[in-house]
Design a protein around this ligand. Structure first.
Ligand code: A3P
Length: 296
């Protein structure tokens, strides 16, 4: 695949002002017209906020902690990515969804205003996971280095600027986290934080369980916490994205399960970059009080 040069980094095309990979933008009508079943569940995130982790927790909760059942297929097959159109022969998210019966665990990175309206009309459950901006940015930078379909990240300094200006795939992190935050009560969205999940995974798994109206034993909760530890998910071929061939995800550049920590931004931002970022952050987040942690 690599030799034939068939994998190329997709340029971004704005859809209602939000830059999306052209593969998505060119298929936008089919994404926008997707209509879920009321039993479907949506896991929404800005890229690299903890999507895969949450997908695994939810699948395990729905299977009462049955590890073998959750090894039936890799993450993107068990929990399709709504808007993704990967290079053929990898099926699109919509192709996977077509062949599955509800209830389906659907992943999206779309900002609130681009989520197909059927999710709201059908009152689907929606879990939103957010992550502090600096760690999110660092994780996205490494991901863009290894995901050969995403636009070139370019040098680190310029990447910070692109993040701040909302020029990366799926647009502005600031608008994304604020958009779902503003709607969380009206739409009954469960709004989670990566830092909370790291601090006390058990508490957050229980929170997700209650939101899903499930009831599993304490023992099963413990098992789910263990199965979804960073270490276990890194080693699990069904969760570590080894399913995506190297010409697309080059994990020799950066593994998908990279570090899984809070505060890694300190190893990347210079004090000057951090100061500049913080000043802009204040402006972009003015008037909203989303309780992000470990940012300063
Ligand atoms: P890092 O690059 O900081 O390591 P997403 O699934 O939204 O693409 O997010 C990927 C990020 O979540 C990566 O962050 C990845 O390592 C981290 N991650 C994945 N599974 C995790 C887990 N079980 N515990 C903690 N972090 C996890």
């Amino acid at each position: 695949l690599r030799a034939s040069g068939s994998i190329s980094r997709f340029p971004l095309i704005p859809v209602r002002g939000v830059p999306l990979m052209c593969s998505i933008a060119n298929n936008w009508d089919s994404v926008w017209s997707f209509c879920p079943d009321p039993a479907d569940l949506l896991i929404a995130t800005y890229p690299k906020a903890g999507t895969t982790w949450t997908q695994e927790i939810v699948d395990l909760l729905l299977h009462n902690g049955d590890a073998e059942a959750c090894k039936r297929a890799p993450t993107p097959v068990r929990s399709p990515f709504l808007e993704i159109f990967s290079p053929p022969p990898i099926p699109s998210g919509l192709d996977y969804l077509k062949n599955m019966d509800p209830p389906r665990i659907i992943k999206t990175h779309l900002p609130f205003q681009l989520v197909p309206t059927g999710f709201w009309e059908n009152k689907c459950k929606v879990i939103y996971v957010s992550r502090n901006a600096k760690d999110n940015l660092v994780s996205y930078f490494h991901f863009d280095c290894m995901n050969m379909t995403q636009p070139e990240p370019g040098p680190w300094e310029g990447y910070i600027s692109k993040f701040m200006h909302g020029e990366l795939s799926w647009g502005s992190w600031y608008d994304h986290v604020k958009g779902y935050w503003a709607e969380r009560e009206k739409r009954n969205i469960l709004y989670l934080f990566y830092e909370d999940m790291k601090e006390n995974p058990r508490r957050e798994v229980e929170r997700i369980m209650r939101y899903l109206d499930l009831s599993v034993s304490d023992e099963v909760i413990s098992r789910i916490v263990e199965l979804t530890s960073f270490k276990n998910m890194k080693e699990n071929p069904m969760t570590n994205y080894s399913c995506v061939p190297p010409p697309v995800f080059d994990q020799s550049i950066s593994p998908f399960m990279r570090k899984g920590e809070v505060g890694d931004w300190r190893n990347h931002f210079t004090p000057e970059q951090s100061k500049m970022f913080d000043e802009d952050y204040e402006k972009q987040m003015k008037g909203v009080n989303i309780p992000f942690r470990d940012l300063i």
